[in-house]
Design a protein around this ligand. Structure first.
Ligand SMILES: *Cc1c(COP(=O)(O)O)cnc(C)c1O
Length: 391
């Protein structure tokens, strides 16, 4: 089935829910069994209610490892990725932090991008040292060969990176990782499986903030990973031991979001390109950091790996502005709203003053992140133009 069709159909089967087109939202903590023997089998991975049918031995005896609504959604994600199995987390951040804890132990060394999602960096800086885990923050535009140590257990990738949108050389990282038996994880929230499929490039774990494009409506927080074989089994064990899950209604909403992912991403991309091109010509904008633009330093690398671009990017203004000046710019916009996150229907704008340390030397001006929603690009351009005139 073509990706477009698969996105509509994935994970649903009306025959399993009495002909209802949509999966039921199961509100239940407890699962009831006709007999004790049925309960025992479910605890050992052989449930009379198995809804995954993917050969993985799971504990199905209690919903702390997920309700059927959660499993329908997880099935859909694995179908869209085209391989592996999915695990659902209460947030993207939770998926990131638990993944680090699974693949590192006291005495091990982890590589994390210097331009990665800032809450991940905050976790790495504050929580990893307490657990005896050494972290190196690496520049994804440079070779990682000399950063590898005997105790390196994990490489975290985020391509493009948050805020500054550098593209990683996946082939190079995967080659080095495989040589040294290091697990690779790719935060693929920006692309979704529609534009890039990490596992097809030798990455061990594809990771998503479902909160963003996958669910697509800014109405829930959720994370997910997709992996195969021993890597998946290890992650599943951890999932089970820690009681990580998400609520059924949220899983239903996220699953519903998938059906419009294709048309949303198509529109998001069109709008972002128009806005990026407009901003590139604006005299108060020094740089537009959007990999789909030919002016982007890793544009060729982006073309090599990605089928398209989503709608989050940053701009560097012509100089440093004070918080008051930036506030004056973004406070009175008509369509853009001020807020963290991205990937929903509403356009968002946010000056990012806290990440200045990773800016390249030629990025001298203030940085503003833009997430293009589904409003009319004409309104968005007018809104940006007025705001830039105001600053
Ligand atoms: C937002 C974000 C996350 C965290 O996701 P939440 O679901 O909001 O916790 C992880 N990675 C990237 C790249 C993000 O932008």
């Amino acid at each position: 089935m073509k990706q477009k069709s698969l996105l509509v159909k994935a994970g649903r089967n009306f025959k399993n829910y009495n002909g209802s087109m949509n999966p039921p939202v199961y509100h239940s903590s407890t699962i009831l069994f006709p007999t004790y023997m049925d309960y025992l089998s479910a605890a050992n991975g052989n449930s009379i209610y198995d809804v995954t049918h993917d050969g993985i031995t799971r504990d199905y005896s209690y919903n702390s490892v997920g309700s059927p609504t959660l499993h329908y959604f997880a099935n859909a994600l694995a179908e869209i990725e085209g391989r592996g199995h999915a695990l659902i987390y209460p947030s993207g951040l939770c998926a990131l932090t638990f993944t680090i804890l699974i693949f590192s132990k006291s005495g091990s060394h982890v590589l994390i991008q210097d331009n990665s999602y800032y809450r991940l960096k905050r976790f790495a800086k504050n929580e990893c040292p307490k657990r005896g885990i050494d972290v190196t923050f690496y520049d994804p535009t440079q070779s990682i060969a000399r950063l590898i140590r005997d105790n390196t257990s994990l490489i975290m990738i985020e391509t493009p990176g948050s805020v500054t949108f550098e593209i990683s050389d996946i082939e190079h990282i995967v080659k080095i990782a495989k040589m040294h038996n290091i697990i690779t994880v790719c935060d693929n929230s920006w692309s979704t499986p529609l534009l890039f499929k990490p596992l097809n490039h030798g990455i061990d774990v594809a990771l998503y903030s479902v909160t963003k494009y996958l669910s697509g409506h800014s109405d829930l927080l959720m994370g997910a990973i997709i992996a195969e074989g021993d890597t998946f089994n290890l992650m599943y064990e951890n999932h089970k031991y820690y009681g990580i899950t998400a609520q059924s209604y949220d899983c239903y909403l996220a699953h519903r979001g998938l059906r419009t992912l294709y048309i949303r991403m198509t529109q998001h991309q069109k709008t972002a390109m128009q806005l990026a091109k407009f901003l590139e010509t604006h005299h108060k904008v020094n740089r537009v950091l959007y990999p789909a633009l030919t002016s982007h330093p890793q544009h060729e690398l982006w073309k090599k790996y990605f089928k398209g671009a989503s709608s989050v990017f940053s701009i560097i203004l012509d100089r440093q502005y004070s918080d008051e000046e930036l506030s004056n710019m973004v406070d009175h916009m008509k369509v853009f709203a001020i807020g963290a996150s991205w990937g929903g229907c509403d356009s968002l704008i946010l000056p990012l003053t806290y990440e200045r340390s990773i800016m390249k030397p030629d990025h001298v001006g203030s940085c503003i992140r833009i997430s293009c929603g589904l409003e009319d690009p004409v309104d968005l351009i007018e809104d940006l133009n007025t705001a830039l005139t105001r600053i």
